[in-house]
Design a protein around this ligand. Structure first.
Ligand code: AHR
Length: 826
């Protein structure tokens, strides 16, 4: 036995909260103890690997109240990520720790991860029964599990003798995690207690105009993903749902090729045919067998079709007659009560597909119109690609984007657009990986696909349209392609374990072709149409000039495994070799810490990947308490693209509290604009009533666009960006760190306009009275603008208000209202 001062960690494990843990007493601690490692069978180990320790094998104490030190990352959330019967071993001589667990109850498929200290865990590897021989020798020792009773529950696991220092380290770590968990849980609803009696804070801000450092001029961009009906039914202006009759149960269980269409009346039968389709990629089409005219087939679009009186709508469809004489069909746009707002008669004839079109000009407004197809004569009518587009699209393009929604995105002034996902980019399983070649060319030749968010992608909004949208907004395109592996949360159904799902990856024998696809994309965007067949397709689509693609993202927050590394490296090296002019953006997992973050960064550092894409959706408390996150980054390593982030509160609102947490954090991003090159809030779009994810930046329905409070933060940053950062010293009259952490400032200069922009965030319930002093700046214009976004923390409707003021020189006062974001442009 050693005699030690009781450490904070030891106190914590004996049920004191970490914040109560003090060095208060002297106690005896053992040299070594028994360590029990286990997972709980009740949740099939989904809550991860836990520890308990015992001085004598009889009395057991849990570590960190059941804190999980590592979790299985295999398969889909909910259904999988099981850790059954984990077994823990240590290499002799105090070497690495190894944990092997079963992925399911069958015990056939195993997982392995190693750790130098039981705190940080290396990448996970998964094994079929045949691959079991490949398990690291040191890790696998089949033995009988031991049984330990904790809180009256008998559990199975491994028991081993370890030094007390090992347990102390585990306890200390769990206590630290509990402590930072409390910081991250800080919310404004606790402010009445936390800041009771707080008086307005006085702050002196001294800007050092002589020490400007260059920062990225691409800090604010957007990340577009087809989630929440962002594309079809959203940004893509097509008004007919299931225009191609390609919906299926693969998209959503209850769907089929006739979803969104309804037949009313008698004497007519609707069926779906597949012989001689308009294109093999679009195999289904509709057939109406009309014995007795009178019935109609109609489509109400996505929640009804919105029409505006006097505006033009382009209708088109592919038709043929399946036998018999030519037939007459009326097509009309009708209100729900049958009022006809526009109509046209077509004569269908011939056995070959023909494209027919018309322009409809509704005689009245309608919010929930339907397109109605009414054969006027008996016959067998076939049709496909039934389309209705408003003429008024963003920048008037054919096959274009919904004007108001696209404009709301453009108003953010994004410097780049990352597309087409997210999870959509790497897909749910290999077959669901987004293939850019399936999304270009004539619409009927594009290959529709199941959207992993539970609906259908027509691919009408494809790579050509994405590039064109970027160009229209003056934003750099940043396409993201799968790194040869599907989403880390792909389902791995029983029977296909370790196969087509998460861990398989594209088979290596198909990887050369996959890499070539990526190289072809660069040619599609940039090559000379006279010399390259992909560039020729771009020209044929209407854009002979290059799109000037500079960036390509490879991978999306993937699990960093051997399977990933092999494929990522192959793609990365090929781009580097054939297109050194392209900047590759790598990926470092879905969180701000943890195995994928660490392994991803190691790999990026080894390969010298220019930029890595970080993702983190965290609480406002996290953003408040991690403003130094990038201050610590090594400037000699990869640069950072913060590709997905948002402040999340319970209930997932987008309100003043979340928006100000993001604004506060973005001041630290501007300060670190030498290492962070780009950022994009996520997700961007959400159709009301069709969300799979909240919060989002812009909500919309068929008629209106509803930007959120967070949208205005992004817009204020996007419209007030700079390319040089000026250091600011902040002196406050408060000695409380929780107060001072809620006041943030950043000052940038925009070399194009010559303007100086001061951004000030106050996340306190009291005013902050600042004195701004611009040192080293000789003069400012007499009039400046001040834009303030403020409200109560739960306010979802606050809007920025801009006024002008006269600073009267290079020193001026500025009062920041409680809970506010202020942008001063001088
Ligand atoms: O932004 C929503 C999703 O979050 C993205 O598809 C994915 O990359 C992340 O998990």
């Amino acid at each position: 036995m050693k005699k030690l001062k009781c450490a904070a960690a030891l106190a914590a494990c004996w049920c004191l909260s970490p914040l109560q843990a003090h060095v208060t007493e002297t106690t005896n601690v053992p040299d070594s103890v028994s360590l029990f490692s286990y997972a709980t069978p009740g949740d099939e180990g989904r809550s991860g690997l836990k520890f308990a320790w015992s001085p004598d094998g009889n009395r057991w104490f849990t570590v960190g109240d059941g804190y999980a030190f590592v979790r299985s990352d295999y398969g889909a959330w909910g259904a999988e990520k099981r850790m059954v019967r984990p077994q823990l071993y240590q290499e002799p001589g105090g070497g690495a720790w190894h944990c092997v667990w079963q992925l399911n109850g069958s015990g056939k498929e195993l997982a392995h991860a190693a750790s130098p200290d039981l705190l940080s865990w290396k990448r996970q590897t998964y094994f079929t029964p045949q691959q079991r021989k490949d398990l690291p020798a040191a890790s696998w020792r089949s033995g009988r599990p031991e049984r330990v009773t904790l809180d009256g529950v008998q559990l199975e696991g491994s028991v081993m003798r370890v030094a007390w220092a090992d347990v102390e380290r585990l306890n200390r770590h769990a206590a630290y995690r509990a402590y930072i968990g409390q910081l991250h849980d800080e919310r404004t609803e606790q402010d009445p207690q936390r800041f009771a009696g707080l008086k307005p804070v006085h702050v002196n801000l001294t800007v050092d105009g002589g020490k400007a450092k260059h920062i990225s001029d691409k800090l604010i961009g957007v990340f577009f993903e087809d989630i929440n009906y962002g594309a079809d039914g959203g940004l893509y202006a097509e008004l007919i749902q299931n225009r191609d009759f390609e919906y299926s149960a693969a998209d959503r269980g209850e769907w089929n090729a006739t979803t969104a269409w309804s037949l009313e009346g008698k004497g007519t039968e609707l069926r779906i045919a597949t012989d001689s389709p308009i294109h093999p990629n679009n195999p289904h089409y509709a057939v109406l067998d009309v014995k007795q005219p009178g019935a109609s087939l109609s489509n109400g679009g996505y929640d009804g079709i919105v029409l505006r009186k006097g505006e033009k709508y382009d209708f088109s469809w592919r038709t043929r007659m399946l036998g018999g004489r030519p037939g007459k069909v009326n097509v009309s746009l009708c209100t729900p009560d049958g009022q006809v707002l526009a109509a046209k008669s077509f004569r269908l004839n011939g056995k070959d597909w023909k494209k027919l079109d018309a322009v409809f000009t509704p005689t009245a407004d309608a919010d929930a119109a339907r397109l109605v197809i009414t054969p006027a004569e008996a016959g067998t009518y076939a049709f496909d690609m039934v389309s209705l587009f408003p003429r008024n699209t963003f920048r008037g393009h054919k096959n274009g984007l919904r004007a108001d929604l696209a404009q709301a995105i453009a108003d953010l002034h994004p410097r780049f657009v990352r597309f087409p996902g997210g999870c959509v980019a790497h897909g749910n399983g290999i077959d669901n990986i987004y293939r850019w070649k399936n999304t270009i060319g004539p619409l009927e030749a594009r290959k529709p696909m199941r959207n992993l968010w539970g609906y259908h992608q027509t691919m009408g909004l494809g790579y050509y349209e994405y590039f064109r949208f970027c160009e229209d907004m003056g934003a750099e395109p940043l396409p993201v392609l799968a790194a040869g592996v599907p989403c880390q949360n792909s389902a791995c159904p029983e029977g296909h374990l370790l196969g087509g799902g998460q861990q398989g990856g594209i088979p290596m024998e198909e990887m050369d072709a996959y890499v070539q696809d990526i190289l072809d994309l660069i040619d599609y965007a940039n090559a000379d149409p006279k010399q390259n067949k992909w560039a020729k397709m771009r020209a044929e689509a209407g854009h002979p000039a290059p799109f000037n693609l500079k960036y390509i993202g490879i991978g999306n927050e993937d699990l960093i495994t051997d399977v990933f590394e092999e494929r990522f490296t192959m793609i990365y090296e090929a781009i580097r070799k054939h297109h050194p002019e392209i900047t590759v953006v790598g990926t470092v997992g879905p969180f701000w810490e943890g195995t994928d973050y660490e392994e991803g960064w190691d790999l990026a550092t080894r390969l010298q990947v220019p930029i890595v894409d970080e993702h983190y959706y965290n609480t406002p408390g996290w953003f408040i308490n991690n403003q130094d996150f990038y201050d610590r980054y090594d400037r000699s390593k990869s640069k950072v693209y913060l590709g997905e982030y948002a402040a999340h509160l319970p209930g997932r609102p987008n309100n003043i509290e979340t928006a100000l947490a993001e604004a506060l954090y973005l001041t630290s991003v501007e300060r670190n604009g030498d290492v962070v090159t780009m950022t994009s809030y996520a997700p961007l779009l959400a159709k009301e009533g069709h969300t799979q994810w909240n919060p989002d930046l812009i909500y919309f329905n068929n008629r209106e666009v509803h930007p959120t409070v967070g949208y205005y933060v992004q817009q204020l940053y996007g419209q007030n960006a700079g390319d040089a950062y000026l250091p600011v010293s902040i002196r406050t009259d408060s000695r409380r760190s929780d107060v001072n952490r809620r006041i943030a400032v950043s000052v940038v200069k925009d070399s194009r306009s010559g303007d100086l922009i001061v951004k000030l965030v106050n996340l306190l319930p009291v005013e902050v009275r600042t004195d701004v002093n611009l040192q080293g700046i000789e003069q400012v214009k007499p009039t400046a603008t001040k834009t303030v976004l403020t409200g109560t923390p739960t306010d979802r409707k606050a809007r920025p208000v801009t006024t002008t003021f006269e600073p009267g020189g290079t020193s001026f006062p500025c009062t920041l209202p409680a809970y506010s974001f202020t942008v001063i442009r001088l």
